[in-house]
Ligand binder design. Sequence first.
Ligand SMILES: [Ca+2]
Length: 121
Amino acid sequence: MKPPRHSAPLGTAFVDTLIVKEMEQAITKIVEVYLKSARGKDALGDKQFQKLVKCQLGNIMTGTESNEAIKEMRQGLDANQDKNISFTEYMTLVGYLANALSQQRTIGQETAPAEEQEAAP
Ligand SMILES: [Ca+2]
């Protein structure tokens, strides 16, 4: 009798499929949020951008309660200075936030095993 040789490769493929689906869902959601916020237009105006940041990014970003801070953020993202946030400019924000989250988690892992301690002298 032959041993079941398929179990390991199938298992790996299954895990890969799960990861792809999670990424597909995440990317789809990022696009959906933008399209819903833009309400059929090809870019986000000031009000749409304010609403998107307040409703969707309040837990991941600081300063989202301040209209002025969000306006400054929009100005920083608005690469072509047309006062609207295009999908590409929106993706700059998504990339920035993903990078910040990744760094935060990496730092968290580095410091997690250590006991809580005061700042080094
Ligand atoms: Ca723009």
